[in-house]
Design a protein around this ligand. Structure first.
Ligand SMILES: [Zn+2]
Length: 1067
């Protein structure tokens, strides 16, 4: 590739000061411990970037990748005497030439390792003595990632990439409803690095497909960047690690337009982190327009640098001297109103809270919609990028957002926009002003952004109940509890998730410091298949710990300490320990132990505690006893038992709540003076006390409270259930916690039965069952959690397990009957009038949400009602089943969703000729028929006895109808989940054989399917079998961490059976 003439002239003309070096030859310092990391021998302080970029729309009708050229000048200082400069350069990059200290390097002195993405510039005998300053100048060329570049097929929309400059089309009310899983996986998407470590790559497809479609229909395109974690190096050679913060300035050249093809769109615009230093210059001779940008006000890490090139509209506002713009595709400026409001609010809110004004960071803040970004949003300093649905709200009130957000309606999308913009803005302080030193401590960015997004949004729109922090909201749809707290407690419960942070070696807040093997990688090694879960640990659990601490010390003390932290460490890379020191005054102000002793262990040790409360009345006092145990008995072995510092809020009926704080396995507190009523004059006891103590009433703690006395449990459950209408998310949070306590064998299933019984009545009486108010989600959560538990309980043949099934039937039966097999709903209104009041945000849910919620809930409710044997649902399903088989099983393609329930009913509750009919139907139906999987599910899940049902299911699996082994393993999973225990015992041997074959055929790709099946094993024999199976596969296809995770899950299952009194001795 040819360099533009002008750059070559620069290269020859560059003469730069070089520090005197002695004649001794220095060694070339590289990082021998971790070759993909920089050696810390040369430190950058300033980058001057020049890029010559193409017009993105010149690529509209071509199929070749877009090349670009550039140069970078980096001021550096040698931290150690070295004969080389080592920096990063991307795999797709070509290095055209380099000058260090005024000396042009020959080709032999430039080594570019594309695998490690390291660029080594050898300085020969001159070298750089420690302390010497120099200038490193590199010319390069690279390509803009797009759908034609084979490399990008593995990597998605990041680095510097071509993107559609469009807004996804609105959804139609008739579109299929996204499953809760789909919604969850498409919201709060992972950062690039974590995504690439995850096994599935399917999330990358939308970018490629959207870009292809945009090219095909001639839509506008744009050039955008996404550098976190390590993709700045694909755009320019750089010291591409977060600890190497430096100043940046940029000059970006783009071709002059005027080829007459886009007269209707705004002119080509170039955006960078900073404002333009001067109006763009037009160079007619070279046919280019030159944009020159101001130097950043402060040093930034490379991952926060960003640029965008395209034709945009924007809205603008100036507030407190800061210029805000939200850039949209042409024609969509009116969609940006809510994002502008939320952005300006968050900037001023956080600036005030921390006493650290945004004007110290930048004179402007741009937000831009990037059609092809492969994450929700990115906090580039001064130029935040967003996926369109996270930034732009259609002002037409009748238009639904694109899937999967459409399931939540415009109201839900408005929530997301408010939360996501608040999240990215918080990063201007945590991430951009102070930056984690290494990705091991990404909690320092994300734990704060996640916690504070709710905090700012709650302040902006208290009626939306994001956080219930302000006291003005009523906590009926507390997003915090549902999307962060509950997630953190769930995924950290088994004992296989890593800790929130890992210690970093070295000291000081600036490089150099020694780099060692990333502890984060060690964390992932525990279970690499759960990389997405790992990121949720530092997002969701990190946020939960932060909220617990902030609530305990008081938000004002918390914010004040964080403000001091920001001021003390601004533009540096403080560690978790630095943060603990900064928080010391906040802890001292409430008389708590220093953060280093109290908060840090929460960040450093995996898992969380279960706290048991009990009351004791003596002749002279009422004592509250507390003890703590880890939620999982399968945490990594430690020399001493895990102890957490516990800031427990306790409420006593009719009196002020108080804090019971302890840092030991057991503690006791005299609470005699906490009661407003005097003790009984004869006995001295507080009579009401036994039933009126509630630990952590508002779910502030990253722990779970249980009660030794059943009266207290009953009072807690009744209390929460009776306030279901006003605080549904409190009921949901307690219910989820009781599921966790039972699953981790801290409580017997009878406790859960009591909770479900209390809820069944209340939920059944509530006419609102779907939509954002969350009742539909509540049902789904209970049914999903119970589905796993019921497998283990089926080994327990006693009254307690029978009572649980009865309670579940009473919960789901009336719901299924109300929903019915045939939807009688009229279509949702589509002609809601659009009015000024619907912008900037909708004032309440749109009418279709409730309906969509019902549609999503219907198949789940019907299937469960049949599985739990609700007579009316079974009867209706049987009628449908017989009509179906009489008609040859051919089903119209609409409304497949309830058919599993129909076939399950026929197999499980039908007569022998129903079973035979279903068997015939399965074998005479093509697997390509959309109804085939529903029929097969019914056949497998409906097995009722070892001889008849089980034999038929196994025959079906062994027959030739399933020639895909992954489908066979899935079929075994269904039998493990639904068939009677005696039948499940016959599944192991063929499952194990199939697993081995599947591993041999597709290797690691088989792991996910096999994991699902093995996680359902519930017996000691099952554990032994799985152990030997996994031992043989570990080295070749399955990481040790994944095997550990599966075996731990089986042990947890066995514990449930034992705890609830099963005989546990089949086969
Ligand atoms: Zn973030």
């Amino acid at each position: 590739m040819c360099l533009p003439a002008r750059i070559s002239v620069l290269l020859l003309a560059a003469t730069i000061h070089i520090a005197a070096s002695d004649t001794l030859s220095f060694p070339c310092i590289t990082n021998t411990t971790n070759p993909s990391y920089l050696p810390s021998s040369v430190i950058p302080s300033h980058y001057s970037l020049l890029l010559s970029l193409p017009d993105p729309n010149d690529a509209s009708n071509t199929s070749s990748a877009l090349p670009f050229t550039g140069s970078i000048s980096i001021n550096v200082t040698a931290a150690a005497s070295t004969s080389c400069v080592v920096l990063h350069a991307g795999a797709d990059m070509s290095i055209m030439g380099a000058i260090v200290g005024g000396v042009k390097l020959g080709p032999a002195a430039i080594t570019h390792d594309r695998v490690s993405q390291m660029l080594t510039l050898s300085l020969g005998s001159s070298g750089l003595a420690q302390g010497a300053k120099s200038l490193v100048y590199v010319e390069f060329s690279a390509v803009i990632r797009d759908d034609t570049n084979p490399a990008s097929y593995d990597t998605g929309g990041h680095g510097i990439f071509l993107s559609p400059n469009t807004v996804p089309p609105p959804d139609s009310p008739d579109s299929p409803i996204a499953s809760p899983d789909e919604v969850a996986s498409s919201l709060w998407r992972l950062k690039t690095g974590q995504r690439r470590q995850a096994t599935g790559q399917s999330l990358l497809a939308p970018w490629r497909e959207a870009l292809k479609a945009a090219r095909a229909d001639g839509s506008l395109l744009m050039i955008a960047t996404q550098f976190e974690q390590s993709d700045a190096r694909g755009c320019f050679p750089s010291f591409d690690e977060p600890a190497y913060k430096a100043y940046f300035e940029a000059r970006i050249e783009v071709p002059l337009e005027g080829r007459g093809k886009r007269v209707a769109v705004p002119p080509l615009t170039v955006l960078f982190n900073t404002a333009e230093a001067e109006p763009a210059l037009i160079d007619y001779q070279r046919g280019i327009k030159v944009f020159r940008f101001r130097r950043t006000m402060n040093p930034l890490p490379t991952y926060l640098i960003a640029l965008a090139v395209g034709n945009f509209d924007f809205i603008q506002r100036t507030s407190r001297g800061i210029r805000y713009r939200v850039y949209t595709p042409p024609g969509y400026a009116a969609w940006a109103a809510l994002a502008m409001n939320a952005t300006v609010h968050a900037v001023e809110f956080f600036g005030d809270r921390y006493g650290f004004d945004y004007s110290r960071m930048n004179s402007k803040l741009d937000s831009i919609s990037v059609g092809g970004i492969d994450m929700d949003a990115m906090e580039n300093q001064g130029l935040c990028t967003y996926a369109p649905p996270m930034l732009l709200l259609n002002p037409n009130a009748s238009a639904l957002p694109p899937t999967p957000i459409s399931s939540w309606g415009r109201y839900g999308q408005a929530h997301l926009i408010t939360l996501v913009t608040s999240h990215e803005i918080l990063h201007m302080w945590f991430g951009d002003t102070v930056t984690m030193r290494d990705w091991d401590q990404e909690y320092l960015n994300e734990g704060f952004a996640r916690a504070m997004q709710y905090y700012a949004a709650d302040d902006l729109i208290p009626e939306w109940d994001f956080y219930s922090r302000t006291g003005r909201s009523t906590a009926t749809t507390n997003s915090w509890l549902r999307f962060t707290y509950e997630v953190a407690q769930g995924l950290d419960s088994t004992g296989t998730a890593p800790a929130i942070v890992y210690p970093l070696p070295g000291g000081g807040d600036q490089p150099p410091f020694p780099k060692q093997q990333l502890k984060m990688e060690e964390g992932l090694m525990q279970d690499p298949s759960k990389a997405p879960l790992f990121s949720k640990i530092f997002y969701e659990k990190g946020a939960a710990v932060n909220r617990m601490v902030a609530t305990h010390v008081g938000w004002d003390h918390w914010d004040e300490a964080l403000g001091a932290h920001l001021n003390a460490h601004q533009w540096q890379n403080p560690t978790v320990e630095d943060l603990m020191r900064s928080l010391a005054p906040a802890f001292a102000s409430v008389g708590s132990p220093p953060a280093m002793e109290s908060m840090l262990p929460w960040l450093r040790q995996p898992g969380y505690p279960v706290i048991t409360l009990s009351l004791e009345s003596t002749a002279t006092a009422t004592l509250l006893h507390a003890s703590q145990l880890p939620i999982s008995r399968y945490l990594p072995s430690a020399s001493e038992p895990s102890i957490w510092w516990i800031p427990l809020r306790v409420s006593v009926a009719g009196s002020k709540s108080f804090v019971f704080e302890f840092n030991s396995s057991r503690a006791v507190m005299d609470i005699s003076n906490k009661f407003s009523a005097p003790p009984d004059s004869h006995t001295g006891e507080h009579k009401a006390a036994a039933s009126l103590i509630v630990g952590d009433p508002a779910f502030w703690g990253m722990f779970i409270v249980r009660y030794k006395q059943s009266a207290q449990w009953e009072s807690r459950i009744t209390g929460v259930a009776s306030s279901l209408e006003t605080k549904p998310d409190y009921a949901r949070a307690l219910c989820k916690q009781i599921f966790l306590l039972v699953t981790m064998s801290h409580e017997p299933v009878s406790l859960l039965t009591k909770m479900i019984e209390s809820l069944a009545q209340k939920l059944g009486a509530n006419p609102v069952i779907g939509g954002y108010k969350g009742t539909g989600d509540f049902y789904t959560m209970i049914l999903e959690q119970a589905e796993k538990l019921i497998v283990m309980l089926s080994y327990v043949d006693n009254a307690a397990s029978g009572d649980f099934v009865t309670a579940m039937r009473s919960l789901v039966g009336p719901l299924a009957e109300r929903l019915g097999f045939e939807s009688t709903d009229t279509p949702p209104p589509t002609a809601v009038s659009s009015s000024a009041s619907s912008v900037p945000w909708p004032e309440k849910e749109d009418a279709g949400v409730e309906l969509r919620g019902r549609t999503a809930l219907r198949p789940v409710a019907l299937l469960n009602a049949v599985a739990y044997g609700n007579p009316a649902t079974v009867k209706a399903a049987l009628v449908r089943f017989r009509a179906r088989v009489a008609g040859g099983g051919v089903k119209s393609s609409t409304d497949q969703s309830s058919e599993r329930a129909v076939y399950l009913a026929g197999m499980r509750y039908g007569l022998q000729n129903d079973t035979v009919a279903l068997q015939k139907l399965v074998f005479s139906t093509s697997p390509a028929n959309p109804d085939f999987n529903n029929m097969l599910f019914g056949l497998l899940a409906g097995a009722t006895s070892e001889n008849l049902g089980c034999g038929i299911g196994l025959d079906a699996i062994h027959s030739t109808i399933l020639n895909d082994k992954a489908a066979i393993v899935k079929a075994f999973s269904i039998m493990l989940q639904y068939a009677p225990p005696s039948c499940r015992a016959r599944v192991w041997e063929p499952l194990s054989t199939t697993a081995l074959k599947l591993w041999a055929e597709i290797g690691a790709d088989a792991t996910k399917t096999i994991t699902e099946a093995l996680s359902l094993l519930t017996t000691v024999d099952g554990l032994a079998n799985a152990t030997s199976l996994l031992a043989t596969q570990n080295a070749s296809v399955m990481p040790a961490g994944t095997a550990h995770s599966i075996l731990t899950q089986v042990k947890i299952n066995i514990d449930i059976v034992a705890t609830n009194g099963g005989s546990n001795n089949f086969n």
